[in-house]
Design a binder for this molecule. Structure first.
Ligand code: LMR
Length: 394
């Protein structure tokens, strides 16, 4: 039976995690997978998550099933977090999913049911797993240019030129904030222009929102999503709680879908519920319940927001330190983009050969396209990275 299976290429990001683990060097530096780490290199359980966990332990009286679409209280709490106070609840369908990846997958499954043969426009580059999922599902992917290799910012002119090919019924996959892998993001006026294009063409946005709170703040990071949600009749949002709540292994995510009207919302909701049943019956609940408890309990929410802000400010400080170190070593401002980028990642613009030399000669691990996880740095390793970059000629 199994002989016909094809060997599988390892996922690049996950393979890098394994390679780092088996490297015996004591001074190795992990800037690979997108996981937050404190200055000691530890990924902590957030204070509010710990407190919510204790409360649940004391008050939860059952572990029976919730609902196929997940707990409605989780839907409401996340809709508020993502879409804000003026969320159009009468047009909103939602399903709890297995992490943000599960939300992307279920969103694409929904679209496949709604419109077989649709195409998805993806930024070049994008999170590699987007492309893998699309390929696995047999969905046509079209790339739009995004990253300007010279400025390390968004090449908005090229992006809009490519998106000029978008047609009604196409789907445009957008990173709501904190673009992965580049760290380069659109300005709000640029998002307006994307909204104009989507409105004009009748294309539908699928917004991957995996890092809300890691860029400029919870509301600022949701601003683009809210802007599109206000303007467009149909919007899909795949939101992850892995990073901003630090509950990676709980696999907590949600797919929020705005439909044109309540009748279509009900259809979407029924289909999403069926898709959950077909894929895994009931979605995981523990992480969703932690998130709901935090978002609906004022003292826990305040503490979570404060800790998230500290995490965000820490990453911005690391960006500034790295940019300053590189400015001093290179006697130039060509690395100023590191401080401008937002979120966990920056693409440094090193060649694959330079990336490999930084790993082999300096024990610094980053993804092959020179994406670094800013949160993997600390005051000491900022200097090591900057020296290594200059040493290999970045
Ligand atoms: C990343 O891009 O490093 C994260 O989203 C983790 C993952 O699953 O790839």
């Amino acid at each position: 039976m199994f002989e016909a299976l094809k060997p599988q290429p390892a996922d690049k990001i996950i393979a890098l995690m394994d390679q780092f683990r088996t490297d015996p060097r004591a001074d190795k530096v992990d800037l690979g997978v997108g996981v937050y780490k404190d200055a000691a290199g530890h990924t902590p359980v957030m204070r509010a998550v710990r407190a919510a966990g204790r409360r649940l332990l004391d008050t939860e009286t059952t572990k029976t099933y919730t609902a196929l679409a997940g707990d409605p209280a989780f839907h409401a709490a996340m809709a508020g977090l993502v879409l804000g106070a003026d969320c159009p609840a009468d047009r909103l369908a939602a399903v709890a999913t297995v992490g943000g990846t599960g939300a992307v997958r279920q969103g694409l499954e929904l679209l496949k049911r709604a419109r077989p043969g649709f195409r998805v426009w993806v930024s070049d580059p994008t999170w590699p797993n987007h492309l893998s999922i699309l390929a696995e599902m047999g969905i046509e992917a079209r790339a739009y240019r995004y990253f300007d290799a010279d400025s390390k910012g968004v090449d908005f002119g090229a992006m809009m030129a490519d998106l000029g090919g978008v047609q009604a019924g196409d789907v445009v996959l957008l990173h709501g904030c904190c673009h992965n892998p580049t760290g380069a993001n659109l300005t709000l006026p640029e998002w307006q222009a994307v909204g104009d294009l989507l409105e004009r063409t009748g294309a539908l946005p699928l917004i991957d929102l995996a890092y809300q709170g890691f860029g400029d703040g919870l509301d600022a990071d949701a601003a683009a999503t809210r802007l599109l949600a206000r303007r467009l009749p149909e919007v899909l949002i795949a939101a992850s709680c892995s990073k901003n709540f630090g509950i990676y292994r709980e696999r907590t995510g949600i797919l929020l879908t705005l439909a044109q009207d309540t009748t279509r919302r009900d259809l979407v909701q029924a289909n999403l519920t069926t898709l959950n049943r077909l894929a895994y019956s009931f979605p995981p609940d523990h992480g969703a319940r932690l998130v709901t408890t935090i978002l609906t309990t004022p003292d826990l929410r305040a503490d979570w927001e404060a800790e998230l802000e500290a995490v965000r400010n820490g990453m911005i400080a690391l960006r500034e330190a790295l940019a300053a170190e590189l400015a001093a070593l290179s006697q130039s401002n060509r690395f100023g983009f590191v401080a401008e980028h937002r979120g966990m990642f920056s693409r440094l613009g090193a060649t694959p050969d330079q990336v490999e030399r930084m790993r082999a000669e300096h024990g610094i691990y980053m993804v092959g396209d020179s994406r670094i996880n800013i949160a993997g740095l600390n005051a000491r390793t900022v200097r090591l990275l900057a020296r290594a970059m200059i040493a290999v000629g970045v």
